[in-house]
Design a protein around this ligand. Structure first.
Ligand code: NDP
Length: 321
């Protein structure tokens, strides 16, 4: 495993990391979580991502219990969680980044994770109804209280990130250090030119998500939705139209010989491709079974194999840089 700095921050994150969206509680209980997290950690993963919203808090409980069971030294791993959607139906606790919610939700997440602090606390979405200044102050205060060490944003517009950084600079507050954007062969808009200032001038890091487009980029959806896959989950039926999109399936079919020539599976190829982008600090992987973790961790072997010719072949399929 190799490690990259999280943007300009002092901490380093493994190039491949591990997240629990969809999987923990919905597809995997504590035993599977322990097995998969151990496999990732043994492969060198030092960063584990979660969110309050994942399985309505149950995902944090499972990850916390797994960490306890694994008995890892606290300095050897990083945990993040994310806040925004909320778990309770009251006016101040849904789809918000207001100060009261952020403070209380942080405490509740820590309780579920059974940790004294998270390493990175993300604002899971931007909140147009709370002044960014209020959110920046609240995140600063959470860091000052020792309950989080760094903070970041997820799926924020470039202008919103820059506004947050500039407010923090103006008041000498802890600045956000990283964005958590979607990024895979199909979805590259969060690294569009509008973000270049964020990554280059401000040295923002990135912890990218859905590198396999929820499994589509493994090739497993080429002849329909496999039983037991994410695409078969009732609760995620909205995903099915993406996973069975004919144009996308045709693009995946064209990738297959390129991956094969490299000696990689499609999953390994697609994960390794994400790491070509130097603005990516870490690629958050997901898995429902430990065999997937083993396969995905081997993606590291292919990162150096993307020659200009290979990259050009890929661009011919996706028709964009
Ligand atoms: P992926 O796009 O990589 O999808 C992971 C899923 O693909 C697995 O759960 C599994 O699903 C399938 N899969 C993975 N590896 C293989 C393999 N080798 N062979 C076959 N199938 C495979 O990532 P996620 O969408 O899970 O995102 C990763 C992490 O990013 C999340 O856990 C979360 O931490 C973060 N995230 C953040 C978001 C945000 O808004 N900030 C949003 C979404 C994710 P199955 O076996 O069930 O088919």
């Amino acid at each position: 495993m190799k490690y990259r700095h999280l943007g300009k921050a002092g901490i380093q994150v493994s190039e491949l990391s591990f997240g629990s969206w969809v999987t923990f509680h919905t597809q995997s209980g504590i035993e599977d979580a322990v097995t998969m997290m151990a496999a990732a950690y043994d492969a060198g993963v030092n960063f584990f991502d979660n969110a309050e919203a994942y399985a309505a808090g149950k995902s944090e409980e499972i990850m916390g219990a797994a960490i306890k069971r694994l008995g890892w030294r606290r300095g050897s791993y990083l945990v993040s969680t994310k806040l925004f959607w909320g778990l309770h139906n009251s006016p101040n606790e849904r789809n918000t980044l207001n100060r009261k919610y952020l403070i209380e939700a942080t405490n509740a997440s820590l309780q579920r994770l059974d940790l004294e602090y998270v390493d990175i606390l993300f604002c899971h979405r931007a909140d147009p109804n709370t002044p960014i200044e209020e959110t920046v102050w609240a995140m600063h205060n959470i860091i000052e209280s020792g309950k989080a060490l760094y903070w970041g944003t997820s799926e924020w517009e470039a202008a919103e990130v820059i506004a947050a950084i500039e407010i923090a600079e103006r008041h000498h507050l802890h600045k956000p250090v990283a964005e958590q954007p979607v990024y895979n062969l199909f979805e590259r808009h969060r690294f569009a030119p509008a973000y270049q200032r964020v990554y280059e001038d401000y040295g923002y890091g990135s912890t990218t998500w859905s590198p396999l487009a929820s499994g589509l980029l493994t090739g497993k959806y080429q002849s329909g939705i496999p039983e037991g896959s994410r695409g078969s989950l009732e609760s995620l039926s909205w995903l099915q139209k993406h996973l069975t999109n004919k144009d996308r399936l045709a693009q995946v079919a064209r990738l297959e010989p390129i991956a094969k020539q490299m000696g990689a599976t499609l999953a390994q190829f697609s994960l390794a491709w994400c790491l070509q982008n130097e603005q990516v600090s870490t690629v958050l992987t997901g898995a429902s079974r430990v065999e997937q973790v083993h396969e995905n961790m081997k993606a590291m072997e292919f990162v150096d194999k993307f020659t200009p010719d290979v990259l050009e072949e890929i661009e011919k399929i996706f028709g964009k840089k």
